[in-house]
Design a protein around this ligand. Structure first.
Ligand SMILES: *Cc1c(COP(=O)(O)O)cnc(C)c1O
Length: 490
């Protein structure tokens, strides 16, 4: 900075105001903290009251840096802007934003039930309680209560999984990608696994079947053409190096037209003739038939086991509606080999997952109970009349409280299963469609990301659309609060 003798300073960035004087008006740290303390002492200050002191100090520091920056850029020119009383609302908002958890609740109004970016499945209340119990207390995680000696964590879910799927044995690992990895590593390392070209899928989050196979050390032997694979394609590829035949559920896409995949029973016969294990990566893996609920065509895990797959894997948190997990079921001899694989130690599930999974599986012992209590199933099977009623209720609430700020309409639309499951199936729903009158739809969408909790809907045809399927009825007031905030309605 240069001093021209007039008492004014001029910085290299063209700053010509009395910046020095302004800098001296920036409140002292002590006063800033005192202002935060005063708010914390009030009725609405609980969040600040509980804040770790060092964190609060850092945020106050950052806030003061922000003010300095604003003086430098000329955004602040009037000393009155730097009065503590004028700054306090901004300061408090800044501190609140900095203090809120990074990982937090979101209102999912997208209608995508198994939304991978929003946590996939919500747990049933029974599973939530089991997680809390396992987290807070010691347990028999790996302690055998009949012998008092070391036990196996998998024992807690193996029996229910076998009952529900008809398989001889079961094992659970961290997620389904891990399940594919450990199955191939155990059965096919250094040898070939025969897969149809049409099933070499990318699931999202950069999970690609061919790449996972490569990591396992299995050599991929692709057969058939992209759209059609015949039994003879598999048969021709089988040789001394073949370790297994694998079928992969093309979870997130469907080919239509001139297409052919070989049905599982035919693959089973071929595998048997050649003494090879047949692996199926089912992806979502439903334990119940959902045909009657508008989700046709997906076999249950039990059906796949009955049709002869020797080892089947699927996700715990897709249509099953449990915690993140990769469930492996199949022939005892194979599952036992997988259990002994050293990788298993690295891929194992934790006690909270185990608690949630066992509680979820317990609900499945009565399919009607599962449909009612497992949120993913309940949302997927929600009748259209109920969705229409919820949409009307939400629309009424928003119309009443946001009139003059948004136009509200209810229109028919479609929800999605998500998680790569049932990609063809659109579930009919009723959408609450919002047209903001004072800001753009994109502006509204962005503002809703900064509410607490944030609200995520779908932007289509210049409207923000909210699907009641993935919102709980008790979340409607939060949806209203988020919209109020984003639209600036007091
Ligand atoms: C989703 C999916 C996976 C990956 O499962 P995660 O539980 O997400 O690891 C693997 N294979 C198929 C076919 C899938 O659909």
């Amino acid at each position: 900075m240069t001093d021209d003798g007039s008492g004014r300073t001029e910085g290299g960035n063209g700053m010509t105001s009395d910046a020095g004087a302004l800098f001296r008006r920036i409140p002292a740290m002590d006063h800033v903290l005192a202002a935060l303390d005063a708010v914390a002492a009030g009725r609405d200050g609980a969040d600040l009251r509980d804040a770790p002191r060092p964190l609060l100090k850092d945020l106050a520091d950052e806030f003061l840096d922000l003010l300095r920056e604003e003086i430098r850029t000329g955004a602040v020119t009037d000393p009155a802007q730097l009065e503590l009383s004028a700054l306090t609302p901004r300061l408090v908002a800044y501190a609140r934003r900095g203090l809120r958890p990074r990982f937090r609740r979101v209102l999912n109004a997208t209608g995508v039930v198994v939304h991978t970016n929003m946590g996939r499945s919500l747990l049933a209340p029974e599973a939530v309680a089991a997680v809390a119990g396992a987290a807070a207390r010691y347990s028999n995680l790996e302690f055998d209560l009949t012998t008092g000696a070391r036990g196996s964590r998998y024992a807690h879910v193996e029996e229910p999984l076998c009952r529900l799927t008809g398989a001889e044995a079961a094992l659970v690992v961290n997620n389904n990608a891990a399940a594919v990895l450990i199955i191939l590593d155990t059965l096919c390392k250094g040898r070939e696994v025969v897969v149809s070209r049409g099933q070499l899928v990318e699931i999202g989050g950069s999970f690609r079947i061919p790449e996972v196979m490569a990591k396992s050390g299995a050599v991929l032997r692709e057969v058939g053409a992209t759209n059609r694979t015949h039994l003879r394609d598999y048969a021709d590829a089988i040789g001394p190096e073949t370790a297994a035949i694998m079928k992969v559920h093309t979870s997130n896409y469907r080919m239509v037209g001139f297409v052919k995949q070989v049905p599982l029973p035919e693959l089973k016969s071929l595998a048997e003739e050649n003494g090879l294990p047949l692996i199926e990566d089912l992806g979502s893996g439903s334990l119940l038939r959902l045909d009657g609920d508008g989700l046709p065509g997906e076999p249950t895990v039990r059906e796949v086991v009955e049709q002869g797959a020797d080892v089947v894997c699927f996700s715990g948190d897709k249509v099953l509606g449990g915690p993140q997990a990769g469930i492996i079921v199949g022939r005892r001899e194979i599952v036992e080999r997988i259990k002994k694989n050293q990788l298993n130690r690295a891929l194992r599930i934790d006690k909270m997952t185990l608690a949630a999974l066992e509680a979820t599986l317990r609900l499945y012992q009565d399919p009607e109970l599962a449909r009612r209590r497992v949120p993913t199933l309940a949302m997927l099977t929600r009748p259209l009349v109920s969705l229409r009623a919820q949409a009307a209720r939400l629309a009424g609430l928003l119309r009443k409280n946001l009139s003059g700020h948004v136009e509200v309409a209810v229109r028919p639309g479609a929800s999605r299963v998500g998680g790569g499951a049932f990609p063809e199936s659109d579930l009919p729903t009723a959408l609450v469609c919002l047209k903001p009158l004072e800001i753009s739809v994109d502006g509204l969408r962005a503002a809703l990301l900064d509410t607490d909790p944030p609200l995520v809907g779908r932007v289509e045809d210049d409207e923000l659309r909210l699907d009641p399927r993935t919102l709980a009825a008790d979340e409607h007031p939060l949806v209203l609060a988020a919209l109020r905030r984003a639209l600036g309605v007091e």
